[in-house]
Write a protein that binds this ligand. Structure first.
Ligand SMILES: Nc1ncnc2c1ncn2[C@@H]1O[C@H](COP(=O)(O)OP(=O)(O)OP(=O)(O)O)[C@@H](O)[C@H]1O
Ligand SMILES: [Mg+2]
Length: 337
C-alpha cells in the first residue's frame, strides 16, 4: 500500500472526442488522474467511451480537444516518448497473424530496444507462463481466441512498463487464465507498475481495482474506491427472500416494519425473489426474522433468505440503468417483442 501515493502517472484533462465532425461525442469532457502504483478501473456500458479514452492515452486516438499527460509528458506533443512508457492490451486483437507467436513477442521487444538474446529468453519464459509453451512457433492464425488473448498479454509484458493498460483483458479467457492474469496484475502492482483496466466483470473490478471510474455517455458519472461506490446505493441494506410462488408474493411482506422499498422478480422454476430494502433497526426481531415470519404467515415455502449487501454490479445498474445500449450508446428496449 505504501507506494500508492499521490503522484499522477496519467492525467486526463477536459478530454473530448468526436469521431465525425457532425457526429455525437464519444467522450464528452472527462477529467481524471491515475496515481502511481494503483489499479484504476474504467467501467461503463457498451459504447460508453472506455476504449476511446484509453486510445487517447496510448496515442491511438487523437482527441478533439483536451489533453493527456503520461508521466508529465503530453502525449499529443511527444507521442513517441509517451508510448515507450506504456504497454497495452487492446480490446481487439492487433497481433501480426503472419508471424509466429514467438516472433510477435520478440519483434515487439525489439521496438523497446531489448537485446536479441534477452528478447528470446523473456518471450519463451512468458509463453510458458501463459500456457503457450510448445506453441511458440505456431502462426497466430492457428491460435484459438483465448490463446491469442493470452499472447497479447504476454506481449505487453515483454518490457517492464511503467504503465500497463488492459482493455477487457479477461474477456474470452478460461477461468484458469483469468485467475493467472489477476495474480499477474496484483504482482505487477506490488512491483510498482500502474495499471488501467476496463472490464464488464464486476467481481474482477471489485477485487482488483483501487479506484474505479464509471463512464456513461462519454462522461464520468462516479469515481471512487469500490467500497465508497457501494455507499452510493440508496438502500443497500435489507433482505432478499426467495419463495416458491406462481404470482408476485410481495403483498405477504407489506407488514415487515422498517421496509422502505420492495422489489419482486420472478426467479424461474416457480420461484419469486423479493427484496425488502431498509435500514434494519432490529425492531420485532429485525428484518430477517420478520421476513421469515411473514413468509410463514403467507403460507409461502421459503427457499432462501439472505441479507443484502450492495454489490458493485448493483451500483453500476443503479447508476447506468437496466436498458441495453444501442450502437450510439443510447438506451434501447431489451425486450423481445
Ligand atoms: N473508430 C471509430 N469511428 C467512429 N466511431 C467510433 C469509433 N470508435 C468508437 N466509436 C464510437 O464511439 C463511442 C464509444 O465507443 P468506445 O469503443 O469508446 O466504447 P466502449 O466504452 O469501449 O464500449 P465497449 O464496452 O462496447 O467496448 C461509440 O458510440 C462508438 O460507436
Ligand atoms: Mg471498448
Amino acid at each position: 500500500m505504501s507506494s500508492r501515493g499521490t503522484v499522477a502517472v496519467v492525467r486526463v484533462e477536459d478530454l473530448h472526442k468526436r469521431y465525425q465532425a457532425d457526429g455525437p461525442e464519444a467522450v464528452a469532457g472527462i477529467d481524471f488522474e491515475v496515481r502511481e502504483g494503483e489499479i484504476f478501473g474504467l467501467l461503463g456500458p457498451n459504447g460508453a467511451g472506455k476504449t476511446t479514452t484509453i486510445g487517447t492515452i496510448t496515442t491511438r486516438v487523437r482527441p478533439t480537444s483536451g489533453r493527456v499527460l503520461v508521466d508529465g509528458v503530453d502525449v499529443g506533443e511527444d507521442p513517441v516518448s509517451a508510448k515507450l512508457r506504456i504497454a497495452s492490451v487492446p480490446q481487439l486483437s492487433n497481433l501480426d497473424r503472419a508471424l509466429t507467436a514467438l516472433e510477435n513477442l520478440t519483434f515487439h521487444a525489439s521496438y523497446f530496444g531489448a537485446p536479441r538474446r534477452e528478447r528470446r529468453e523473456r518471450a519463451r519464459e512468458l509463453l510458458g507462463r501463459f500456457g503457450l509453451g510448445g506453441r511458440e512457433n505456431d502462426h497466430v492464425n492457428n491460435y484459438s481466441g483465448g490463446m491469442a488473448q493470452r499472447l497479447m498479454i504476454a506481449r505487453a509484458l515483454m518490457h517492464q512498463p511503467r504503465l500497463l493498460i488492459l482493455d477487457e483483458p479477461t474477456t474470452g479467457l478460461d477461468p484458469q487464465s483469468r485467475l493467472f492474469l489477476w495474480d499477474t496484475m496484483v504482482d505487477l502492482r506490488e512491483r510498482g507498475t500502474t495499471l488501467i483496466l476496463t472490464t464488464h466483470d464486476m467481481i474482477e473490478a471489485d477485487r482488483l481495482c483501487d479506484r474505479i471510474a464509471i463512464i456513461d455517455g462519454g462522461k464520468i458519472i462516479a469515481l471512487d474506491t469500490p467500497t465508497r461506490l457501494r455507499r452510493l446505493l440508496p438502500a443497500e441494506h435489507g433482505v432478499e427472500v426467495t419463495v416458491a410462488a406462481n404470482a408476485d408474493p410481495s403483498p405477504a411482506f407489506t407488514a415487515v416494519s422498517g421496509t422502505e422499498r420492495t422489489e419482486a422478480r420472478p426467479a424461474g422454476d416457480g420461484r419469486w425473489r423479493v427484496r425488502l430494502y431498509g435500514e434494519d433497526d432490529g425492531r420485532n426481531g429485525g428484518l430477517p426474522e420478520q421476513a421469515l415470519s411473514a413468509a410463514q404467515s403467507g403460507g409461502l415455502e421459503l427457499i432462501e433468505l439472505k441479507r443484502l449487501e450492495g454489490s458493485l454490479e448493483d451500483v453500476f445498474v443503479h447508476l447506468t440503468g437496466r436498458e441495453l445500449r444501442g450502437a450510439d450508446g443510447a438506451r434501447v428496449s431489451g425486450r423481445w417483442s
